[in-house]
Design a protein around this ligand. Structure first.
Ligand code: FES
Ligand code: FES
Length: 149
C-alpha cells in the first residue's frame, strides 16, 4: 500500500506492506538514528515522537502513521544539542545507541512535565534502556536540563 508520511515536517511517499512497523519504514527511508534493539517493545531505542508523544516505533504499524506528525532526533535540530551537551558533560556518552531515543524522550518530557521531580523524571524515562552507562551520568545531565536538583 502507498503511504505518505510527515517526518520532521517533510513529506515522504513510500510503499509498505500492511504489517510493517514504523521502525522498519523509517530506517528504510533513511532515518538510521531510529535504532532497532529488541523489536519487542522493551528497550525503547526505537522511540520517536508521534504528535509530540514518545512512541515505540517497533510496536507501531506504519500504516497507522498516515496523517501523524513524526519527529526523529534529526527533526529537533539545535534543540537536541542542549540535551546532548548536558549528558556528554556528565561523561555519560558511551556507545550512543540509546542516545537518539533518550534525547527525544527527554525533549518531550520537558514539554509535558509541569512540575518535574526526580521521581517523575525516573518514571517518565522508564523503558529507555541503556546497556552501557548505568544511567547515573545520563540522569545528572537530564536533571540539569529539567531544572531539577
Ligand atoms: S526496538 Fe522497539 S522497544 Fe526495543
Ligand atoms: S550509551 Fe550505549 S546503550 Fe546507552
Amino acid at each position: 500500500m502507498k503511504l505518505k508520511l510527515n517526518i520532521n515536517n517533510k513529506f515522504y511517499n513510500t510503499n509498505i506492506d500492511g504489517d510493517e512497523s514504523l521502525l522498519d519504514i523509517l530506517r528504510k527511508i533513511g532515518f538510521k538514528s531510529v535504532k532497532k534493539g529488541c523489536d519487542t517493545g522493551v528497550c525503547g531505542v526505537c522511540s520517536v515522537l508521534i504528535n509530540g508523544k514518545p512512541t515505540l516505533s517497533c510496536q507501531f504499524l506504519a500504516a497507522r502513521a498516515q496523517g501523524a506528525k513524526i519527529t526523529t532526533v534529526e527533526g529537533l535540530g539545535k534543540k537536541a544539542d542542549k540535551i546532548v551537551d548536558l549528558i556528554v558533560s556528565e561523561g555519560a556518552d558511551q556507545c550512543g545507541y540509546c542516545g537518539p531515543s533518550l534525547v527525544l524522550t527527554t525533549y518531550a518530557m520537558k514539554k509535558e512535565l509541569k512540575d518535574p521531580t526526580v521521581e517523575k523524571i525516573n518514571h517518565y524515562l522508564t523503558g529507555n534502556l541503556c546497556r552501557c552507562s548505568g544511567y547515573e551520568g545520563q540522569l545528572r545531565g537530564i536533571k540539569k536540563y529539567m531544572g531539577v536538583k
